[in-house]
Design a binder for this molecule. Structure first.
Ligand code: SF4
Length: 344
């Protein structure tokens, strides 16, 4: 959306006038789950707003799994490569839409050139992914060194006629990440993937990332984002979707409102929210759904929502535009709410 140049990953545009894309990274080794189950999970992530998913590609034995997933995934898959240029080429040949490399840990320059040649042959994008922790030794400020390294690799790629490039400059320190991203944006038109790396558990990661990425996005920097967390990848996508919503960059998906609960609560908002969050976020509707803890204040407090749900004992009450439209049992609560929304 913000960079001058675009990169293309299996037809998905990153940068230029394209919407900001959400990414996550699959969190298990290949073989830990069936390919069918991974594909089905990717489908759920896509419905929540995820546009790209990255897999660690560490050895030759990963290739058949990766190829199968790349073939059937509903969104492009990205291979994350470290150290071994042959794994990068194998991932490209196995159908990666993009590979993420840090040329600094690939070794001799000819190895990086071999990767770029393979990417040119297959139409694969490359992310130059630099982390503060893996920069070559040197003096000077980390953001400056990250930007200098990235620009050097871009020159190398361009000298080979390759421009399908995305850059990421990440640090676990939000201020350092933001400084590097701003400095890079002032010197290059290539799209940026932005994120705070090793950001902690879901709460700290969401807060740190919202502050850092929110400020960058509000200044027009950032073409793809990941809210990296020590938590579930569903949470990563949900947090990123919410960030794009609150920054006004996306209106996709439901805006969920839920009360914090207090001693008056007679409806389990926490249980209901966890059970139904993914399904709600997957609805492609620009609506607000309120999940409220009690009949006393809930309906009034949620009067502005398009739909609201609350309950008392075994009874559940569903409201449309502030007016009661359905009473049902607690077992039927989820289905009843989705039916009311679907029948609108
Ligand atoms: S809706 Fe009810 S339970 Fe929730 S915070 Fe308000 S008063 Fe408390």
């Amino acid at each position: 959306m913000f960079s001058e140049k675009s990169a293309f990953v299996k037809g998905i545009e990153i940068g230029g006038k394209a919407p900001v894309r959400i990414q996550t990274m699959y969190d298990k080794p290949f073989g830990a789950e069936s390919t069918e189950s991974i594909i089905s999970h990717i489908g759920e992530l896509k419905a929540m707003g995820c546009s790209l998913i990255r897999f660690a590609f560490a050895s030759k034995s990963d290739a058949p799994y990766f190829a199968q997933i790349a073939e059937h995934s509903p969104i492009p898959v990205v291979a994350d490569i470290h150290f071994d240029y042959r794994m990068a080429i194998l991932a490209i040949e196995s159908g990666a839409g993009k590979i993420r490399i840090n040329p600094g840990n690939i070794g001799a320059e000819w190895k990086t050139r071999e990767i770029v040649k393979a990417a040119l042959d297959h139409g694969t994008a490359i992310r130059i992914g630099l982390n503060s922790g893996s920069l070559p030794p040197g003096s000077g400020k980390v953001p400056v060194r990250m930007v200098e390294s990235a620009l050097g690799y871009i020159d190398l790629f361009e000298s080979m006629g390759f421009g399908n490039t995305v850059v990421s400059l990440k640090s676990s320190d939000g201020a350092e990440t933001a400084e590097a991203a701003r400095l890079f944006a002032s010197q290059s038109g290539y799209p940026q993937h932005i994120g705070v790396t090793e950001a902690g558990d879901s709460v700290t990661a969401a807060v740190r990332s919202a502050w850092t990425l929110g400020n960058l996005l509000s200044s027009g920097i950032g073409d793809t984002i990941r809210i990296s967390m020590t938590g579930s990848i569903d949470d990563e996508v949900a947090a990123a979707s919410e960030l794009l919503r609150v920054t006004g960059l996306s209106r996709k998906g439901v805006r969920i409102v839920s009360c914090p609960r207090c001693g008056r609560h007679t409806f389990d908002t926490i249980g209901f929210l966890w059970k139904n969050r993914s399904r709600l976020l997957a609805l492609d509707k620009d609506i607000t759904v309120a999940i409220m803890g009690c009949l006393v204040n809930g309906p009034g407090e949620a009067g502005y929502a398009d739909y609201a749900i609350t309950g008392y004992g075994d009874k559940v009450y569903i409201y449309r535009k502030g007016a009661l439209c359905l009473k049902t049992s607690s077992e039927d609560a989820s289905n009843a709410l989705f039916e009311v929304i679907a029948n609108e």
